[in-house]
Design a protein around this ligand. Structure first.
Ligand code: GLP
Length: 240
């Protein structure tokens, strides 16, 4: 695990964009793992800028979102499919049909989760996975005590995560209780993982991620077992 302490989120976003640009220059049909939340926004801003100004192209790329809320109607502004469309896919030249997200509206969620796993495999697996981290150490929506070997499945959000994410909704009670998320075992199969975290509110989670122990109590700590993880943080989130 490589830990890089940077001046702030812009520098972190630029470094992450360097790794993603290197992937698509070498392998135009590469597969990018997409994350939501505020942490990856500087990465998407930088990729959109490089697309506009430097011709960085994603026409042959595929994207797979980490997670999705269950029960938000299709097109809901806070569904992660919509968030990723606004923040990334419509700002670059990626084919929207090649950007996938778990189906949080499926009547048979178990079947939809299995189909999502199969789609990632059929694409050849994720080359570079973008990750944020929750204040409780979750990645994707793998809350504490998630199995370290878990696959894509339905999960119940903790109250802390619902409160953390309430800022994106009109009212706290609108935050769904359930989500579909790639499992920790799924995320661990990505070839390169870029985790970005900034701000003092992430310091406890970053400490547990980097210094361990490896434990389901901090799901992100499983990344210590991955051969190629880059942790991009600022001095506030490195504070512990
Ligand atoms: C959500 C997402 C996570 C993200 C986390 C942190 O729970 N499912 O993927 O890492 O929020 O969000 P932020 O980066 O806004 O702190």
């Amino acid at each position: 695990m490589e830990v890089v302490i940077l001046s702030g989120k812009e520098e972190a976003g630029a470094l992450a964009a360097d790794a993603i640009e290197a992937l698509f220059r070498a392998k135009p049909d590469g597969v990018l793992g997409l994350a939501t939340g505020s942490s990856p926004l500087p990465i998407y801003d930088e990729l959109a800028r490089r697309h506009q100004e430097q011709g960085l192209s994603f026409t042959r790329a595929q994207g797979f979102a980490l997670d999705e809320y269950v029960g938000l109607v299709s097109g809901h502004p806070q569904s992660y499919r919509e968030v990723l469309r606004r923040e990334f896919t419509e700002r670059v030249d990626i084919d929207p049909d090649r950007v996938h997200a778990p189906d949080g509206t499926a009547t048979d969620i178990g079947q939809a989760c299995a189909a999502y796993e199969a789609a990632i495999k059929a694409a050849g697996g994720v080359d570079v996975q973008i990750l944020g981290i929750g204040t409780d150490g979750h990645i994707g929506f793998n809350e504490p005590v998630s199995s370290l070997a878990s696959r894509t499945r339905i999960k119940t959000l903790t109250e802390q995560t619902r409160q953390d994410n309430a800022r994106f909704f009109d009212a706290a009670e609108e935050v769904p209780h359930h989500v579909v998320t790639q499992g920790l075992g799924t995320i661990m199969e990505a070839r390169h993982i870029l985790l970005i975290a900034t701000g003092a509110q992430k310091a406890g989670a970053v400490q547990a991620l980097v210094e361990g122990p490896v434990s389901a109590l901090c799901p992100a700590s499983v990344l210590q077992l991955h051969p190629h993880v880059t942790v991009l943080i600022d001095s506030a989130s490195a504070g512990q």
